[in-house]
Design a protein around this ligand. Sequence first.
Ligand code: ATP
Length: 594
Amino acid sequence: MHDRSPSDPESSSAPGTRRRIVRLFTPHRSALCLVILIIIVYSVLNAAVPLLTQTVFDRALFGPDGPDLPLLALLAGAAAALACGVGALDLWQTWLTGRVAQRVVHALRTEMFGRVQRMPLSFFATERSGEIQARLAGDTVQIERAVKDTLPEILSSVVSFVVATGTMFLLSPALAGAALVLAPLVLLVFSRSGRALERLSVAGQRSRAELSSVIAERLSPGGTTLARVHGRRGEEAVRFAAESERLARLEVRSGMVAQWVLSAGHVFFTLTPYLVFVAAGLTDGITPGTLAAFTVLQARTYQPLGRILQISTDFRSVLGAFQRVFGYLDLRPEPEPEPEREPRRIPAHGPGALTVREVGFRYPGADEEVRPALSGVNLDIPAGSATLLVGPSGSGKTTLGHLLAGLHPPTEGRVLLDGTEIRAPLPDRICIAVQDPFLFQGSVAENLRYAAPDATADDLVRVCRITRIHDRIAALPGGYDSPVGERGALFSGGERQRIALARALLADTPVLVLDEATSALDPITESEVVEAVLAERRGRTTVMITHRFGVLESFDTVVAMEGGRVAQQGARLDLLDDRHGLYARMIRAQTGAG
Ligand SMILES: Nc1ncnc2c1ncn2[C@@H]1O[C@H](COP(=O)(O)OP(=O)(O)OP(=O)(O)O)[C@@H](O)[C@H]1O
């Protein structure tokens, strides 16, 4: 059940991770040094509290001349001032660490987003659903908490431990020795259980990622419909419950290990005062105040010790989160297209001419034994022409359409627009409308204006009239401001396609590729829409990939593909005359003509 993501870390302790984390924080070193300084001062001020307690006991309450109330009042004032100082430092440190945490995580999040955004389309086809979400949202939150809460806590615990131990030795080395005699045993217990907790936490992290992946995929509209249609809701629920139970068992086990550590710590903590009392009995000159101060100080040694070991376990699981984040930062996105050095040359035959030369394409990771999706493709599509791209299923039409739109660079050969090579999408020059279009949560107008933010209301109406969707939108209570729902769920498949096609027209590019962009329409509406798109094309090169080409008569040229190659290319009527050619055979099969 646990599929690995292509960018999963091999292990949470791969070398280099710690160095990269340090580099991440280097720009914030002054803020972090200040945090360390504040924590030291804070801990030293905190350590003064037991000394005040000692003075309260030995001088103000049980001094040689009896209770000294003015001194008690003075000590109370000092305690209040200390508490205020400690509180102010705490605030300052929280603000500083919060700011560093937010800046680091913001930088990581935005860099990851940018990288993933620029990944080839094949990455999104193979990456587990929910994984991107888990890394960008989940892992970064874990890192943020570690920096904001855990890092100051570990620092203050170390300083508290050192200061408290130092104070104990200052007050009485003999009692300090007795108080710390069990410390090595505590260390041993904590480090053993720390390793067990780490293993459990890594397994828990995996299980949570799996759960979020199942939720994202199986509770999507498509996932739930599929489960209902095939009556698999029960199995889905069982699968989810099994993983959830696994996580629950892991959580119980790690809770038990943590509790075992706490209980062991409690035993040591209960025993230690008696060891100190025994040492006090054997040592001369120990006052009740010193003993009272020791009681407070002991808590300040064992508690931070426990926290340090507990937190170091959390830190090890944060290392895993860092590794997963670094895994995405190491992704190799598609290279950005090089900026043009010279202004684009408009060739004599006008803008929008497509040329395909000896193009081959193999999908990343595709088996070398299997034939490539495209091979040896040569095409000349004149500017302003209307071309039908047809062929059997799997013949490479969509792949070629994607190459024309610059969505994939070819693995062999070149695709050119007006003599310039296309290796990346050119939003001002080429637009593609696809079979399963994406509408985002928002209004119809917002979805349309994604292609042209400055489009006027009249522009929206114009393109929607061409794609025969205006009347439907206008009839809605909110008109063009009506919501489209999750992925356009408030519209039918054919309506979604028509809105998306209108959006593509609004981009007003010299080249438009329609990849089965009207496949969900009834044949009559489809031919109406396609004819209108062609009639309004005003010199736009239009390439249409379709299986239902029998009724489309306004196209001047046809390209017929078979097995990743161009089988036929020419004027539509000429290809119709070639009775044994692929196009004529497909037309006959479609229309049932003899
Ligand atoms: N993302 C992908 N990864 C690997 N192989 C792919 C991928 N997409 C398509 N292919 C393969 O490439 C070949 C061409 O597919 P393509 O989608 O271009 O065909 P098509 O002619 O558009 O088919 P259809 O008419 O069924 O839409 C097919 O063999 C297909 O299995």
